[in-house]
Design a protein around this ligand. Structure first.
Ligand SMILES: [Zn+2]
Length: 298
């Protein structure tokens, strides 16, 4: 029976040469759409970036670790930022959620043109003092190819990445998910060959993540299907959600960080200061009194 809740599933081949992960993210991408009021192009781009972050974050072992993906392209969508905790729970935003451009073909959103040319920065906080940051040029702006290129260029890990978001006629998210298959060091050439053939077959048959999901396959079934000839074994699976970590304390720290001059100006010119969380749209209100009290602390 296929699982309808969002979840992540991870596995490895018996020979230890291939690791794989898949995420089913329909609910969390729909949640993001409702928060940010994205139009289909923004829904697809943000949804792909959220799905990728979830799979990448889930791999971090430190429970306080996180991963941040920043797509800074020159396209009309503007920047896309997604963050995942070490359990694959994600949050994110796209700079211009209401951006819309002509489709590539009927039903084909042109995410690459929406994102444009630019840079992908991956910031991994694995619990050590300084987070690790890797930077690569955006290969196509289609997100999945950019993630695969990041792994290849920055971590020397040959990676197959597929991501998909299917937007329904009412603009809600019908299906969203993705998978990543990675070759570990020492993998023999014939494995690479078998895997490449497998991916070519899928492409030739016009099968995508969302078309498989439309046929009733969940993330677990997709991984099993992709790796059925390779001796695939599942390691674990668990639910994932859209989850913002903002709090009044964190927002207060951000307000304090603007510096004494700006804080003083706010105190003198504003009755209240409202700060909206970029990730969840929650509004935090600080009264004149509270700003005055904060002024005493900087
Ligand atoms: Zn928030």
């Amino acid at each position: 029976m296929s699982n309808t809740k969002d979840f992540i599933v991870r596995g490895i081949t018996r020979d230890g040469y291939i690791k794989a992960v898949a995420v089913q993210s329909t609910e969390l991408v729909e949640h993001a759409r409702q928060i940010h009021q994205t139009l289909p192009l923004g829904t697809a781009a943000l949804g792909r970036a959220l799905s990728a972050a979830s799979m990448m974050g889930d791999e971090i072992k430190d429970p306080n670790g996180s991963i941040t993906l920043q797509f800074r392209g020159d396209g009309p969508l503007g920047s896309i930022v997604t963050v995942s905790d070490s359990e694959g729970n994600v949050r994110g935003y796209v700079q211009n959620p209401a951006c819309d451009i002509p489709r590539k073909a009927p039903g084909k959103l042109d995410v690459g043109a929406g994102v444009g040319a630019g840079v992908l920065t991956v910031i991994k906080d694995v619990g050590e003092k300084e987070p690790f940051a890797g930077k690569v040029e955006l290969l196509s702006g289609e997100i999945a190819e950019d993630i695969a290129y990041y792994y290849y260029a920055s971590e020397q890990l040959p990676t197959i990445c597929a991501l998909g978001v299917l937007v329904d006629v009412d603009q809600s998210v019908k299906q969203a998910g993705g998978y990543m298959i990675q070759l570990l060091p020492g993998a023999p050439e014939e494995i690479i060959f078998i895997l490449e053939e497998r991916v070519k077959e899928e492409a030739a048959a016009g099968r995508s993540v969302t078309s498989m999901m439309e046929q009733g396959m969940d993330a677990k079934a997709i991984l099993e299907y992709m790796l059925d000839r390779m001796g695939y074994e599942e390691l674990y699976q668990h639910e994932v959600h859209y989850e913002c970590k903002c709090s009044r304390d964190k927002v207060e720290a951000a307000v304090l960080s603007v510096g004494r001059e700006e804080l003083k100006r706010l105190y003198e010119e504003e009755d209240t200061v409202k700060v909206t969380c970029q990730f969840c749209d929650k509004e935090y209100v600080f009264t004149k009194e509270e700003i005055g009290e904060m002024l005493l602390r900087v």
